[in-house]
Design a protein around this ligand. Structure first.
Ligand code: OXD
Ligand code: MN
Length: 612
C-alpha cells in the first residue's frame, strides 16, 4: 500500500508498475522489522541468484553482509551513461546524448514486463538531512533487495522522506532500476534532467544502481543547481578543529584514486595532535553547496554513508575508513576468508586467507592464488580492484558533529587536485575565484604505472566532474563564475594540491596521508590571512619554511621542499599549450560553450609566465 498521499508520486509509481508488471509491490518504510525481513529473504536466495547476499561473521562484523556482482558488472559504465535533454548542445561534449523521446522509446521495451515474477520495491529517500533546506527527495523503484539495503546506508531512506516531500510537491527525482539481464550491451544508465528522471537497467553495480549517488546527487543535481543557483560537486567535506577551538571547513575535488576518502578522514601527525588539531569528516564524495543568509557558501553531504574502494584500505592508510566498516556494512566483490567468514582485500594486510573465495566466487588457496601472475604481469587479485564497502557514516570515528546540521557547514577553502608526476606544485592558491575556476577547469590526472596502458598520460577531468556534469561543461563553468560573483568577497579561497609529485627517480616526494595536514594548515592560514605567500605566474605558493615539516625534516629537506614547490617554466609552457588544445579541440570544437573569462585566464596565465 502506498506510503504517501502525494498524487504525483502515486501516479508515476502506477505508471511504472503498468510498464514493468511486478508480481508484488513493497513500499519501503525504512523500519528495522522490514529491513531485517528483507535481509533474511536476500540471504536465503539460492547461491546462483544475482541478488544473493551472505551474512558475514556476526561476532566480528555485526550486521555485515557480503555480495558479489557479475564479473562483467563491476564498475560505472561511462560509455553507456547518457544525458537525454531536448537539445544536444545542452548535454555538451563531455556527455553521451540521445533525444529523450528516442531514448524513452528505446528503453520502454526493455522495461516492459521486466519485473514479472519479481517484486518492485518503492524506496523513498532524502539526499541530505531530512528537513534541510538543501536536501532533496528521490524515489527509486527497483527489483533488487541489495539496492534497498545499500540505499538504507547511503541515504536517509523511508517514510520520513515522503513526509518531507509533502502531499503535493512534484519536486522529487524519479528513479527506475531493474536488474534483468546480464548482457552488458543492454545496460543503460540514462538521465533525463528536464524530467527529473533516471532509468537504469541491466546493472547491479553500486555506481550504476544506487540512483541517489552519482545519478541524482551529481548528474541531475548539477543541472538543478545551475537552474536554482546552487552547486552539486564531486567533493569531500572536512572540518579542521584548530587549537583555539574554531573549526574551519574545506571541500576538495579529486578524480578517482587520488585519495578523497583518505583526506576526508585524515589523522593529523603527532605534533599537530598535541597542539590540539583534529579533523572531522562531513563527507567523502559529494558536496551540495549554497549561499547562506550571511553570504557565505554552505555545504552539506547529501549522502548518509561511504561507498568506498576497499583495496588499499588498512589501519595505517585510513584507520577511520576501516573502523567505519566494522558493523552494519555491505561488502561487494571483496574476497572471503572461509575460515572465519570475514572479508579480505589486497592491501588490508600481507596475509591473504589460505581458505579463500575470490571475488568471482571460486574457492582458492589465497596464498597460492596471489603468488601467480595474471595476464597483466601482476599478482592475481583475490578482491576486485573496484570492490567496495558500503558503510554508515555514523560508524566513522571522526564523523563531524555537524554531519546532520540541516544548514550545512560554512566553507573557507575549496581544493582541487590530481595525480601529477611533475609540473604541479604540492600546493598553490589562485589569485581569485575566477582564476580558481580556471584552475578547476584544468584539473587533470596522469595514468600511473600501476595500471595497464600508457603511463603518464594526462586525462582531463575538470573539477573532477567530467563523468558527472549533467549538462554542457561550458555552462557549468559559467555557473561557477556566476556563483563567484554572487559570493563576492565571502567566496571560499581556491587552492590546488598535488600529493603525487615525483623526483627524478620516479619516487613520490611527499609522504601524503596524515602529513597532508601540514598543507591544510597552510591553506587555513591563507584563508585567515595570517601568513604571507610568494606570488608566482601560476598563483601563490608557500614561502620558504612556511609548510611545517617538524618530525619529517629528514625526508622533506629544504631541497626537497624546493622541488615540491617548484614552478618550472618549460613544463608550464607545455601545460598551457595542452590547455589551449583541450579547450579548443575537446571542448569548444565539440560544442562546449567556454566562457570568455576562462579563455582570458589562460591568456593571462601565459602572459605572466612569459614575464617570469
Ligand atoms: C566514483 C565513486 O566512481 O565515488 O567516483 O564511486
Ligand atoms: Mn566519487
Amino acid at each position: 500500500m502506498s506510503l504517501t498521499k502525494n498524487p504525483n508520486v502515486n501516479k508515476w509509481v502506477d505508471e511504472m508498475i503498468a510498464l514493468t508488471k511486478p508480481d508484488k509491490v513493497v513500499w519501503i518504510d525504512g523500519s528495522k522489522e522490514q529491513l531485517d525481513a528483507l535481509t533474511e529473504e536476500v540471504c536465503s536466495l539460492p547461491d546462483d541468484s544475482w541478488d544473493k547476499m551472505y551474512k558475514l561473521n556476526q561476532d566480528e562484523l555485526p550486521g555485515c553482509l557480503y555480495h558479489r556482482t557479475r564479473a562483467n558488472d563491476v564498475a560505472r559504465v561511462e560509455d553507456r551513461t547518457f544525458i537525454c535533454c531536448k537539445n544536444k548542445e545542452d548535454a555538451g561534449p563531455t556527455n553521451n546524448w540521445c533525444d529523450p523521446k528516442e531514448m524513452y522509446a528505446k528503453l520502454t521495451p526493455l522495461y516492459d514486463g521486466v519485473m514479472k515474477g519479481r517484486t518492485m520495491y518503492v524506496i523513498p529517500y532524502s539526499m541530505g538531512p531530512i528537513g534541510s533546506p538543501l536536501a532533496k527527495v528521490g524515489v527509486e523503484l527497483t527489483d533488487s533487495i541489495y539496492v534497498v539495503l545499500n540505499m538504507n546506508i547511503m541515504t536517509r531512506m523511508g517514510k520520513a522522506a515522503f513526509e518531507n516531500l509533502g502531499d503535493e510537491s512534484n519536486d522529487f527525482v524519479r528513479g527506475l532500476h531493474s536488474k534483468a539481464d546480464v548482457d552488458p550491451e543492454k545496460r543503460y544508465i540514462v538521465h533525463f534532467p528536464e524530467d527529473n528522471t533516471i532509468w537504469s537497467i541491466n546493472s547491479a553495480y553500486g555506481g550504476n544502481v544506487l540512483l541517489g549517488k552519482k545519478c541524482f546527487a551529481l548528474r541531475i543535481a548539477s543541472f538543478q543547481g545551475k537552474n536554482e543557483g546552487w552547486m552539486a560537486e564531486h567533493m569531500l567535506i572536512l572540518g579542521v578543529k584548530k587549537p583555539d577551538g574554531e573549526v574551519k571547513y574545506i571541500t576538495a575535488a579529486f578524480p578517482s584514486a587520488c585519495g578523497k576518502t583518505n583526506l576526508a578522514m585524515l589523522i593529523p601527525p603527532e605534533g599537530y595532535k598535541k597542539d590540539g588539531y583534529e579533523v572531522f569528516t562531513v563527507g567523502d564524495d559529494i558536496a551540495w553547496m549554497k549561499q547562506g543568509e550571511d553570504g557565505r557558501l554552505y555545504a552539506i553531504n547529501p549522502e548518509n554513508g561511504f561507498f568506498g574502494v576497499a583495496p588499499g584500505t588498512n589501519a595505517k592508510s585510513n584507520y577511520n575508513a576501516l573502523a567505519s566498516t566494522m558493523k552494519n556494512t555491505i561488502f561487494t566483490n571483496v574476497a572471503l576468508n572461509n575460515d572465519n567468514n570475514t572479508v579480505w582485500w589486497e592491501g588490508l594486510d600481507k596475509n591473504p586467507p589460505v581458505n579463500a573465495t575470490e571475488w568471482k566466487g571460486a574457492k582458492v588457496n589465497g596464498v597460492e592464488f596471489t603468488s601467480v601472475m595474471g595476464a597483466d604481469g601482476k599478482p592475481q587479485k583475490l578482491a576486485h580492484p573496484n570492490s567496495r564497502f558500503t558503510a554508515p557514516a555514523e560508524n566513522c570515528p571522526c564523523i563531524s558533529p555537524e554531519f546532520n546540521n540541516p544548514q550545512g557547514v560554512p566553507i573557507s577553502a575549496i581544493i582541487f587536485g590530481g595525480r601529477r608526476a611533475s609540473t604541479t606544485p604540492l600546493v598553490y592558491q589562485s589569485f581569485d575565484w575566477t582564476h580558481g575556476t580556471y584552475m578547476g577547469s584544468a584539473v587533470s590526472s596522469e595514468t600511473t604505472a600501476a595500471a595497464t596502458g600508457a603511463v603518464g598520460v594526462l586525462r582531463h577531468d575538470p573539477m573532477a566532474m567530467k563523468p558527472f556534469i549533467g549538462y554542457n561543461v561550458g555552462d557549468y563553468w559559467a555557473h561557477w563564475l556566476e556563483m563567484g560573483e554572487k559570493l563576492g568577497d565571502k567566496a571560499p579561497k581556491i587552492f590546488n594540491v598535488n600529493w603525487f609529485k615525483q623526483d627524478e627517480n620516479g619516487n613520490f616526494m611527499w609522504p601524503g596521508f596524515g602529513d597532508n595536514m601540514r598543507v591544510l594548515d597552510w591553506i587555513i592560514k591563507r584563508c585567515e590571512g595570517t601568513i604571507d605567500a610568494e606570488e608566482t605566474a601560476i598563483g601563490y605558493i608557500p614561502k620558504k619554511g612556511d609548510i611545517d615539516v617538524t618530525g619529517i625534516e629528514d625526508e622533506i629537506t629544504p631541497e626537497v621542499m624546493d622541488k615540491l614547490l617548484a614552478v618550472d617554466k618549460d613544463l608550464w609552457t607545455k601545460e598551457i599549450a595542452e590547455m589551449r588544445r583541450y579547450y579548443k579541440e575537446d571542448i569548444a570544437d565539440k560544442g562546449g560553450r567556454i566562457p570568455d573569462a576562462l579563455w582570458e585566464q589562460l591568456d593571462a596565465l601565459e602572459a605572466r609566465l612569459n614575464k617570469a
